[in-house]
Design a protein around this ligand. Structure first.
Ligand SMILES: CC(C)(COP(=O)(O)OP(=O)(O)OC[C@H]1O[C@@H](n2cnc3c(N)ncnc32)[C@H](O)[C@@H]1OP(=O)(O)O)[C@@H](O)C(=O)NCCC(=O)NCCS
Length: 222
């Protein structure tokens, strides 16, 4: 019987937001690793085409991730909401979803936008991926980064935040953008559990020559 891994996953930025919300709702125990996220945030990410989803041959979402704002005018965004269905884990999808989101920030929000993320220390797989991608601890995290803490089920009894905040140095963003430019619309990712082929032709960052030119300009900055 063919494995789920033999199929080509299709990348999109235009999945219906209700399908995306249902995908997260179905994650059950994995939700403990994701901060509470208002529906309005997910809608905004989708409107900006910064809600990335990967779909199997039946069109069902098997992985998702997005870019969110902290406040209305903060010069930082947060990469968050990464969820990969269990059957597809260990094949490098989180790294690809990081790369797509970094490129989308660079191409649509400017070269100087600060790129950050937050991870729970109890999530070693994610911590390793974030650090492997070049993220470093973000000591000056904004006040607004802690806005979801009061509603967070993981809030430590002592108060404060359950996550470690990270930011991405420009040199690491450039390296990820170079990787994306190298992929083209057909990408192959791999990890300890196997290899997956992805069709990224529906993602305009990857397909569109104007976006690629912006990304190349960023990647070539000294
Ligand atoms: C964390 C997560 C996004 C990683 O996605 P992924 O695409 O599987 O990432 P990778 O392929 O790079 O694998 C990451 C690690 O998980 C390991 N792994 C493999 N299969 C696994 C499985 N079935 N379950 C959990 N981890 C698995 C991999 O071996 C790899 O280990 P390594 O860091 O030693 O190399 C995914 O496990 C997930 O959705 N978890 C639940 C939600 C979550 O934690 N989101 C991130 C919030 S910051």
């Amino acid at each position: 019987m063919a494995s789920v891994r033999d199929a080509i996953l299709k990348g999109r930025t235009s999945a219906p937001v209700l399908d995306v919300i249902a995908f997260y709702a179905g994650a059950q125990e994995d939700l403990r690793f994701l901060p509470p996220r208002p529906e309005a945030d997910r809608r905004k990410a989708a409107e900006r085409r910064q809600s990335f989803t990967l779909h199997d041959a039946a069109g069902d979402i098997v992985a998702a991730a997005a870019v969110f704002d902290y406040g209305d005018s903060d010069p930082f965004v947060e990469l968050s909401d990464t969820l990969v269905e269990k059957a597809y884990r260990g094949c490098g999808l989180q790294g690809l979803l990081l790369t797509l989101r970094v490129a989308s920030v660079v191409a649509t929000q400017g070269f100087d936008m600060g790129i950050t993320t937050a991870v729970m220390p109890q999530n070693p797989a994610s911590v390793r991926n974030i650090e492997r991608a070049g993220f470093v601890k973000w000591d000056g995290a904004l006040e607004s980064a802690y806005e979801s803490c009061p509603a967070c089920p993981n809030r430590p009894a002592s108060g404060g935040c359950c996550c470690i905040f990270y930011e991405l140095p420009r040199v690491a963003s450039q390296s990820m953008v170079r990787d994306l430019l190298g992929h083209g619309t057909r990408a192959v990712v791999s990890g300890k559990q196997g290899t997956l082929t992805l069709d990224l032709s529906a993602i305009r960052l990857v397909r569109d020559q104007d976006f690629r030119a912006i990304l190349k300009e960023f990647a070539d900055l000294p």
